[in-house]
Design a protein around this ligand. Structure first.
Ligand code: UD1
Length: 404
């Protein structure tokens, strides 16, 4: 096939043509930020035909399938079953298995949400196969290249053809890196998702608190899972000592991520029951997490998404990290960064004191219409392209070059 006839196969979508989109998810936060977009793309008047692939990066029921059932998402067409492993193992394995799938399914665009190893692997595999890549939640920057997510999000942005920026800050970050042309300021899909589920949360929160024997605004919610906090035994021990101190004044509710559970077991901390006033529970579903967050006196976390959810639900937040990819949450003291674990008790006390927290009048994360905007952009800006032929064409050339 000549270059000329090949380029003729590319055409901008007409009003009637359907876009074949492949959404690749695999880790807990990706299910949450994708859920409202999945619903939007599956709506009856959508011109996008959606296929969902699960990388298998998260596989426990409470890390994965609970989100599909709670958010009423269709099951993925395929699970690549990558499982746990090193960063290189996960990234490379997802790339290989996804490439195989894309060779047969020939999507017009691959949508990659967030900043996990699944995000990066899918973005590289698609870009290398000549497929358009749309990055959902593009342009976040913590500035900390020791975070695996910072590497993932920077590389993903730079091999994407459409970048959906959730905030003005994210848009500006991409502009500063020379990516303005392909960037669209859409707002954050997590706002849309939150608006969808809040009526359910409000209906169920009473029962959830009662079952967990908690009272409204009378407990501290803790989630910690970043390697920088939990992988170093000395630091983790120090964090636990500080939590014990904070627990003298407050009940602490600690839904425990499998990575953290494993590390605490190595330290000999039993997580099956109460340790003083610290109550360890399994990772919670989305509805339960939002009910806990909405009713907590304060959140202590190292998660990215939960800093933002706390901001949106007006719960004061203390973040055990030196940087954040969501600087908007720091406005008005709604979120405070700390690095020294010994500051945990005093920071919680400060965050829960009456005059520490001011709710801003504006919401920098959008108005709940991000998914509609993204759908329209996909419908109008993704072009049809015969990927299968591109791939074969490239492979033939590589083969020919290799022949002596
Ligand atoms: C990953 C993401 C991180 C995200 C987090 C949300 C990367 C680099 N990190 O971190 O951005 O904030 O998900 O949870 O992609 N495990 C289980 N069951 C599971 C999944 C994991 O037991 O279903 C255990 C395994 O021991 C595994 C460890 O948790 O080795 C870590 O899982 P992994 O997906 O590698 O990283 P996360 O810390 O979850």
């Amino acid at each position: 096939m000549s270059e000329h006839s090949h380029s003729r196969q590319e055409c901008v979508t007409s009003a009637m043509a359907r876009i074949n989109a492949l959404l690749v998810v695999g880790a807990r936060p990706q299910f949450i930020k994708s859920a409202p977009l999945i619903k939007e793309l599956l709506s009856h008047d959508s011109k996008v035909s959606l296929t969902i692939i699960h990388s298998g990066q998260h596989y426990d029921h409470e890390m994965s399938s609970i989100f599909f059932s709670e958010l009423e998402l269709p099951p993925p067409k395929l699970n690549l079953n990558v499982g746990s492993g090193t960063h290189a193992y996960q990234t490379a394995t997802i790339m290989l298995r996804l490439e195989e799938f894309m060779r047969k399914s020939r999507p017009d665009v691959v949508i990659v949400p967030g900043d996990t190893n699944t995000t990066l692997a899918a973005a590289i595999a698609a870009a290398k196969a000549g497929i358009q890549v749309a990055h959902l939640e593009a342009g976040l920057r913590s500035g900390d290249m020791n975070m695996p997510e910072e590497i993932n999000r920077r590389l993903t942005d730079h091999c994407s053809t459409l970048l959906f920026a959730p905030t003005r800050t994210a848009f500006d970050n991409l502009t500063n890196e020379g990516l303005a042309k392909n960037t669209r300021l859409t707002g954050d899909t997590m706002v849309d998702g939150l608006q969808d589920v809040m009526p359910i949360v409000k209906r169920k929160e009473g029962d959830i608190l009662q079952t967990m024997q908690l009272e409204e605004r009378n407990f501290i919610l803790v989630t910690l899972h970043r390697p920088s906090n939990v992988d170093d035994p000395d630091r983790l021990e120090e964090i636990m000592r500080s939590l014990q101190k904070a627990a003298k004044r407050n009940t602490i509710m600690f839904p425990i991520h499998p990575r953290t559970r494993e590390r605490l077991h190595t330290l000999g901390v039993r997580t099956r029951k109460r340790t003083g006033q610290i109550r360890f529970v399994s990772p919670q579903g989305y509805i339960e997490t939002l009910a806990l967050l909405k009713n907590a006196k304060c959140l202590l976390t190292d998660s990215g998404g939960m800093q933002k959810e706390a901001f949106l639900l007006h719960t004061p937040c203390v973040t055990l990290r030196s940087t954040t990819e969501w600087p908007e949450t720091l406005r008005g003291g709604a979120n405070r960064l700390i690095t020294n674990p010994r500051m945990i008790p005093s920071s919680i006390a400060h965050a829960t004191s009456k005059d520490a927290y001011h709710i801003g009048s504006s919401n920098p994360f959008g108005d709940g219409a991000a998914t509609q905007k993204i759908r329209r952009i996909l419908e109008h800006e993704v072009s049809h392209k015969d990927v299968h032929l591109t791939t074969l064409h490239q492979e033939t050339r590589i083969h020919q070059n290799a022949t002596p």
